[in-house]
Structures are given as C-alpha cells and as structure tokens.
Design a protein around this ligand. Sequence first.
Ligand SMILES: Cc1cc2nc3c(=O)[nH]c(=O)nc-3n(C[C@H](O)[C@H](O)[C@H](O)COP(=O)(O)OP(=O)(O)OC[C@H]3O[C@@H](n4cnc5c(N)ncnc54)[C@H](O)[C@@H]3O)c2cc1C
Length: 748
Amino acid sequence: MQTPQPIVKDMVLIGGGHSHAIVLRMWGMNPLPGVRLTLITEASDTPYTGMLPGYVAGFYRREECYIDLRSLAQFAHAQLYLDRAIGLDLEQNQVLCANRPPVGFDLVSIDIGSTPALPALAVPSASSIPAKPIRELLERWEQVVERITQHSQLYRLAIVGGGVGGVELSLAIQHHLQHILQSTGQPRSNLEMHLVQRDRVLLPGHHAWVQRRFQQILAERGVQVHVGTEVEQVKSDGDRSEIRCQSGLVLDCDYVFWVTQAAATDWLGKAGLAVDDRGFIQVHQTLQSVSHPQVFAAGDIAAMVEQPRPKAGVFAVRQGKPLYQNLQNALLGKPLQPYRPQKRYLNLIGTSDESAIVSRGFLFGESRWLWRWKDRIDRQFMARFRDFPPMTSMNVTDATAPAPMYCAGCGSKVSSSVLERVLARIPTQPNRTSALILIGLNAPDDAAVVQIPSDRVLVQTVDYFRTLTNDPFVFGQISANHALSDIFAMGATPHSALAIVTLPYALPAKTEETLYQLLSGAVKVLHQAGADLIGGHTTEGTELAFGLSCNGLAVADRLLRKSGMQPGQVLILTKALGTGTLFAAQMQHQTNPHWIDGAIGSMLQSNQAAATCFLNHGATACTDITGFGLIGHLLEMVNASQVSVEIDLTTIPALDGALETLQRGIFSSLHPANHQAARHIQNSAQFSHHPRYSLLCDPQTSGGLLAALPLEQANDCLAALKALGYDRSQPIARVVSREVDGGAIVLV
Ligand SMILES: Cc1cc2nc3c(=O)[nH]c(=O)nc-3n(C[C@H](O)[C@H](O)[C@H](O)COP(=O)(O)OP(=O)(O)OC[C@H]3O[C@@H](n4cnc5c(N)ncnc54)[C@H](O)[C@@H]3O)c2cc1C
C-alpha cells in the first residue's frame, strides 16, 4: 500500500505582493512535499507596480497589469485565504485575521507593501487619495475618471510627493484626464494640476539632467510644480481637500493624491517583531527577521538592516527568488543564503506620451524606444503569471519528520485528542436554549439525541462533497449553506446537524488546523441559521471532503413539496447559475479571479431569508438548485406536480463569466449527465444554440431556491427578495397545465 505524503509543516505567506507572487510561481514549479502553503491576502489579484502609471494613463487594460493570485495559488497548490491580516501571535505562531479564525504556521513570510506616510488630518476620503494601497488608489482613480467624464467643471488636483512615483503618476493623470476633456468636448482649462515636493528638487538622488528634464516636461504639460515646500495642514470635508504648505501656498482641491514617503502598518511592531523607526520589519540579508527566526519579510515592508535600500518595486521583485530559496532552506533545516541587493538599479520612467526616460547614476536619456523596451519587459514579467511552466522537479528531500505510516484498520479515524481540541476551540451557539438537544457535543455520547416537539415533523437531509475551494473555512461555510438549502427548500427550520469529514493525511497538529478552519466555517453558518452541530465523524484520506446531515423541524401541512406547483403560477429563481462551469474553468486557469470571487460570494449566501420570503408570499412548491442543474431539479418538480413549464431563456440569470466559459466549451464533469434531462424539453433543437441554453444543465453548488407562487404575489415577492440581498433573483418561468403544451418543459 502506498503511503500518502502527509502534511508536516505549514508555511504561510501574508500579502500577495511582488516577492510572494514570485515565490508562488517558483513553489509551483518545485514544491516541497509535506509542506502546506497558504497565502493570506486581501484580494484575489494584485497590481503590478511597473504598469501602474501606464494603467492610470489609459495605456493598459486592468487585466493586463494585475497578477491573478487565485490562478497562481492554484498553480502552487497553495491554500488561498482572502482576508486582511491584522496581527501576529508569535508565541502561538498564528496569524490573526480580520474575518476568520487565526491561522497557524511553522514559518511565515510577510510581503504586504507600504502605505504613504500622510500628514496629520490627511485621512483618506473622497477627495484625499493615498497612492497606496495601489488597489485602493486604482479603485478611487476609476471614480475620478467617471466623475470628470460626466460633469464638466474646473477640476483642481494636487499630487503631493515628487519622487519617481509622484512624477510618473502626475504625468499619467494629466495624460488621461486631458484625453477625457478632449473626448467629452470640455476645454483643456477644466484641469488644473499641481505637484508639491518637499525637497528642493524633483526626483532627489537622480542625475540633474533627469531632474531638469522632468521639470520641463511637467511644465510643458501644464502641471505647476512647487518644490522645497512641505504640506503642513490638511482640511478635508470629504468632497474637497485644502492643503496648506510651509511656503504659504494654499490649494483648495477636488482631489489630492498622496505619493509621499512610505510608512508601515503598526501591527508588526505591536506583535513584538523588531522594526525600524518607521515600523518596517528589520531583516538580515537572508530576509529573515532579526528578532524571530520563524518570520521572513520582503518587498516594501522589509528593512534590510545590513544593506538598506529604497522602497521600490524593483527590490520587491528581485527579492522573490532569494526569499523562495531561503524559505525552502529554512524548512529543510539548511543554511540560509545572504541576498546582496544591487546598489544602483536602472529606472525606466514613463513620460505618458509613449516615451520614457532612463536613469541610472550617470547614465540617462530619453526616447520612444525606451518606452517600447519598458513595455516589453513589463509584459514579459506579467506573462510569467499567466503561462505557467510545468513542474520542473519535486524536491525530494524530506521537509521535516519521517512520514507516519497509515493503515485503514482504525477506520482512518482522526485521533480523539485532535477532535477534542478543535471542539474546544470552535464557538458554541451563543443564543441557543438547546432545549431540544438532549445529548449533543456538550456531553458527547455514542450518538446525539434530539427531542422532536409533538406538533412538528423532522426533516432530514445529507450532502457530502470534495472541496472545491482551497480555503477550508470558506469550504465549511459553502458546504453548510448547501446542506441547509434542502431544509429551507422544504419550508423547514434548521435544528441541528452531524458532520462527516475527510481530512488530508497530516501530522496531528496540521490535521487540527484544517479541522479547526473547516468546522469554524460550518459552525458559523449553522449558528446563523439557528442550528447546532451535535456530532459527526472524522476520517483521513487523500483530499479534504466534507458533508453535513442536517435536521430541520416543520409543521407537516406547511411543508413545501416539489409536487405543489399549480398552473398559472410563476417560478422565481433566487441566485444566478454557473458555478459548475466557472470552477471547471478555474481548474484550467481559464477564469478571471473576479468571476470566482462572484461565484464564491453567491455560494456563501444563505437561502434562509429567501425561503421565509417565499412562504410569506404564498409559495406552494420549492426546491434548491444543486448538482442536477436547473433543468434536472425543475424536471423533478414538473413530474411531481404533473404540469408543464414555459421557461423564458433570456431571463435565466448567469454568474459573471459563466456565459463566457460555457461558450468556450468548458463544462463541469456532471454537465453531460445533466444534459440527459434536456430530452424533456419539447423544443430543445430550436434553442440549443441560445447562449443561455447550456446554463440549464450546469450543476450548482449552494445554488438558489426555485419556488412556484401565485402570479399576483410575484412582483411583491421579487421586490422583497431584492431588498433581502438576492439581487440576481428573477422570475424565469410560468406554470401551465400539461394539456396546453403537451410536454414537460417548453422554452420560449
Ligand atoms: C504611484 C506609484 C508608482 C510607482 N512606480 C514604481 C516604479 O515605476 N518602479 C518601482 O520599482 N517602484 C514603483 N513604485 C513603488 C512600488 O509600488 C512598491 O515598491 C511595490 O509595490 C512594493 O511591492 P511589495 O511587494 O512590497 O508590496 P505591494 O505591491 O504593495 O503588495 C502588497 C500586497 O499585500 C496585500 N496586503 C497588504 N496588506 C495586507 C494585509 N494586512 N493582509 C493581507 N494582505 C495584505 C495587498 O493587497 C497587496 O496585494 C511606485 C509606487 C507608487 C505609489
């Protein structure tokens, strides 16, 4: 029997910055067996700094200059936790996050970038925009562009900070906004721009020629440059910001962009890490923290104590490879290798007219060719995160301890101590009286015992599936929503649930971490629904899988059955379709990360409020849309009710990206089986080329509810569903008697 490689170490990357993007790519090509890699980062993509000014200038599309961290994490077989780290517990070795349970690690690496050091009162607002985080800058920039496109008036903008970033951003903003003024018929004079610089020159540290040339270009483009003056005071009422400078200059602005000296978040120092006087993590040349050997850092957030370097994307990129090597060395117990950053580096600074200036010590010059060169370098860099190479080799050196032997004689059960520790850590139901749970997890026995009130019936269901996300906390939530949907579809109230878990082979501490994340997610959803986890069974296997057997209570004659549809009724669907095709596409690296974010957001939405809403609006039949797709589940209703339905295909809501992936022929593995049900569509041949036709067969995970209700209630119900947050809910079909259409399902 082959021994599966168990998880023996956890390595966590905080922040999806440039260095970590490179680490992930290299890890994907050459992983360390037995090491579980987890990326905790705020969003599923991250901007590449080299193309940022070009994006602001309007030269690049968004997808050209963002690294898709979902796809990258998938390539690296890494878990992806989308969250903001807010602290570190260096005693317990845990990362504290804003919206999820703490994440344990053996080794952690931090690449979270920096923020501009803002003067007092320069709080971010609609008119006061820090250049970092870049993600937020770009989101705000899109709002600025929209406003200026739509409203013709005088706009006064100030950029504070005259380093490379400030100068390049000023030129990019000026270029794009002048283009907008021109294309919307507004006068050039509608834009007034100022660049405020504390130092006496722009681009300090660069050759005088470069400084003069930029001063000249800015003047030619109408940007007023104020050097040798520092912003002393900022007044911001949200809509406008007024800046007052030492020189007496006062600018009342529509927008102020802060591209000032970099600052660090405060939770690193608070965690006890050695940081410099600006709060950046002090690291050796090996990129290891000077105070905590289990911590590494790279990019802007790291301060190399032996060889300090400026905060620049070029260093974050260069540190990627040595960081990867030293993380692997640390995991393997090998000596770390020092990284010697170059003293000078080539600056290729775009001038936003498809030309660039090169600056490196005494080397300088300007040409259109330089821009084309820079553009090629940047595009080649980004291509590395789209076209993944094959895995080159598997580092066969054992990461740590010898792999334990696995036998199945014990039923592959997870040890009781692991289970006990996890159950002690997950929260208990806060407001529950638990009167109906006679024996549950608070006093575990061989089985749970529940009391069923005499006026209620017990509604039971079970679901179980392999993980479809690389985040067990999210998977736990999705699974619980999916399982509870059957209870909601019956018009029942959730009561309790039993869990069945398959955990990947791992050392006990690693098993505990997975189970903790998974059950924390499931329990969060169960508790929100008013249900208790009362027991379960855990086992080990090759991959994570999870299921719940849920109990609900209902009044017998208020059950919503599939057989309750009546002619004249309307069918409302509460969620958009497309999870099957989107996750199939993700496996092939054929999605954009926001499509998957949207699909996960939809799967995380509970059907509970929708079910109550349907009951309040006279629904007589309901089902939840899951593995058999809309067509399969609808067919069950149609057959049980002995009616026909007419589906308006144009109304079927699709998740973002689902129509594109279906059009590319990307189908979930269950799709062909679901397609068998399409033979019950009377006129399928006529519609089989309709772009939404394939959506009917797409299997869903944690899909929406489909309910039949009287025509006269439909509008009110729809409005109520939208108010409850089911924005994609939609009437999709009407019920007719079988005699009218003579077939089960008709497309119109
Ligand atoms: C306008 C402008 C222009 C610039 N132009 C250049 C240039 O031309 N060349 C150059 O070399 N440099 C340039 N820079 C500097 C460059 O942007 C930074 O040096 C570079 O982005 C640093 O990369 P990083 O990997 O350290 O962090 P970042 O690129 O900032 O990445 C940090 C990542 O971590 C995530 N994150 C942050 N906080 C958390 C948290 N608490 N929890 C989880 N995730 C988190 C973020 O979402 C992000 O994905 C420019 C900067 C600006 C503002």
